[in-house]
Design a protein. Structure first.
Length: 197
């Protein structure tokens, strides 16, 4: 999954939003790299319930530019996003209605080309296919990750979990391997994105 997300970083210089395997209005995995001030405004105003991009992605499969979405925008989400450098964009929606993935990508300088949109669509399909969290990730590994997420150091976490520091390190190493990441920071971010804690 990480390699797909890194490719989106390169293709969407103003950021992206990825909601994978959306079921009952909640994605199994979510990540946004849009500017934090826009993310804060978006969340505070519940724009996910009012965003034409989201409505388009829920009601259709395929790909389009934001400028081609012919849905009403009574809350001015697109106009407000443009104030944060999200001027041009593309949205890709794939999967079934019961398990939809929606990827929005943004640029501040120009529209996405057809080739770029095709590339992003391929990434969206790949992300949709690999979206489920690793089934081999054990509750013990998740608890070890949670300890670091909550700010515990290795000694405190090992004591609380009643294991040695070596056993804790082994659990964390296995969790990183299964999540497909190299660093602890990446593992924690992936665990949060998968809503494991």
């Amino acid at each position: 999954m990480v390699r797909y997300l890194h490719r989106l970083d390169d293709l969407a210089p103003a950021g992206y939003s990825v909601g994978l395997r959306i079921r009952f209005a909640s994605p199994l995995f979510f990540r946004s790299t849009y500017p934090q001030d826009w993310q804060d405004i978006y969340a505070a105003n519940s724009y996910a319930l009012r965003d034409p991009l989201v409505f388009w992605g829920i009601s259709r499969t395929g790909r389009t530019r934001w400028s081609e979405i012919a849905l009403a925008d009574p809350f001015g989400v697109f106009r407000k996003a443009a104030h944060h450098g999200l001027t041009y964009g593309a949205v890709i929606a794939c999967g079934t209605v019961a398990s939809r993935s929606i990827i929005g990508t943004a640029r501040s300088d120009r529209e996405f080309t057809d080739v770029e949109i095709d590339t992003i669509a391929g990434i969206a399909e790949g992300l949709h296919d690999v979206a489920d969290p690793p089934s081999d990730l054990t509750p013990d590994m998740i608890e070890a990750l949670r300890a670091f997420h909550d700010g515990e150091d290795a000694a405190t976490a090992a004591t609380r979990l009643e294991i040695s520091k070596d056993a804790l390190r082994a659990r964390l190493s296995s969790a990183r391997d299964l999540l497909g990441v190299e660093t602890m920071a990446e593992a924690l971010r992936m665990a949060r994105d998968y809503k494991l804690f």
